[in-house]
Design a protein around this ligand. Sequence first.
Ligand code: GSH
Length: 149
Amino acid sequence: MSEVQGKPIDLHYWPTPNGWKITIMLEETGLPYNVIPVNIGKGDQFKPEFLAISPNNRMPAIVDPDGPDGKPISVFESGAILQYLGRKTGKFYPKDERGRVAVDEWLFWQMGGFGPMLGQTPVSYTHLDVYKRQVRASLYGRAGQHRQG
Ligand SMILES: N[C@@H](CCC(=O)N[C@@H](CS)C(=O)NCC(=O)O)C(=O)O
């Protein structure tokens, strides 16, 4: 994909699935970026300078020196970062409302459902079993509605 010009975005990062979501997006959009490691095993996420960017002590977070109106902006939460980068570049985030809804549905599904479920698996597989039953029930519910409709 072609390079997008501009000042590099600072990505506060540690190599976990939530971090990878942002490096993949930055690579795919061609935006220049600097990686600033946040070693969450050593407690870097609790440093005041990081908390000023991400108040819930979680990475990933970005600082875009070229934000709205040319002023810097910081963004935390991987879903909010993906939407911001999509809006900034016009890539992977359609401009029309129907297209945006379609993207948001799956983004929020990942953020609020699938992602946290996978995060629980090292602790207990029970959550995954419950989730599997819920998804199955809701999919059958939908299929039933379509048959009736
Ligand atoms: N909902 C957040 C979750 C981010 C998250 O859980 N980050 C973890 C690593 S994957 C973290 O920074 N943990 C540090 C801590 O909890 O102290 C997002 O999607 O950005």
